[in-house]
Design a protein around this ligand. Sequence first.
Ligand code: 13P
Length: 343
Amino acid sequence: MNKEQLRSTANAMVQKGKGILAADESNPTCGKRFESIGVESTELTRNTYRDLLFTTNGMEEFISGVILFDETLRQSTISDGVVFPQYLKNLGVIPGIKVDKGAKELASHSGEKVTEGLDGLRERLSEYYKLGARFAKWRAVITIGDGIPTEACIHVNAHALARYAALCQEADIVPIVEPEVLMEGKHSIDSCHEISQKTFTKVFEELDKQRVYLEGIVLKPNMIVSGIGCSEQAGVEEVADRTVEVLKATVPDDVSGCAFLSGGQSNENATAHLNMMNAKHEGSLPWNLSFSYGRALQASTLTTWSGKDENIPAAQEAFLQRAKFNGMATKGTYSEALETEMA
Ligand code: 13P
């Protein structure tokens, strides 16, 4: 394990002004996203779309790293055939790779899931390093519902996250540790608060037990929000305050930084929440707070593109705008007024 390399990669991923683009949708997920805009998901359309994102002029000003899917790590730019990891590296953007094999039904626990992918992971990580990946992602999902999550579900997911993280560090790859308490459901913000605190606590217990080097990880947590179906929706300031409160209570100071997932929040909310945390709390935080958004960075880009070549410049503009706004949010300098000004 090269601690120096791990720490410097992790710090670069969460540096002020920038964040991570999650473009690691598996082929089935990409299929769903493309279906929503009436585009067939093929190897070529996926390559074209990822090319659109990565070749957006100036995106490297706001994007520190990109999470790729296995297929994308092996694909190339359309215009000159440079493999994506090399292309990104040339721009100063760190290539990363999704390594989990997805969340599967947890036996004997109806409605709960455990993320798989540990078998053979050591060998896959060594290949990914050779292909240029310098960080990885593993997403665990916790569902809030009637009688769930159970202790067992939180435990097995935290345990797997720590085993994954230790294997990554052995291969000099920074693990993004992603425990996602889902927004789906009618639960209140109080439930999200309580379950997230419990989950993150358990995750750090396992990371400690399994000797994971905290300065060489990036935490990718959910924010503390009201369930999507909850009749009472918390405002921006409450989300920011509660999220910071939970992180302070659970995340050791040694951790290099946190890069939030968007989890189904609107583009504007995801940006406003991150901005409020940094504007109001930055001075009191031991780690940087940044973003690692998938949907919140890509939604407007996808619809603008709609699979048509002639829409690519406008779609790239939409992507650059979200990247820029979120880059500003890492410094607390975004304002909602910019949304209308730009529109
Ligand atoms: P969302 O921002 O769309 O939640 O995606 C982030 C991610 O990488 C989920 O694993």
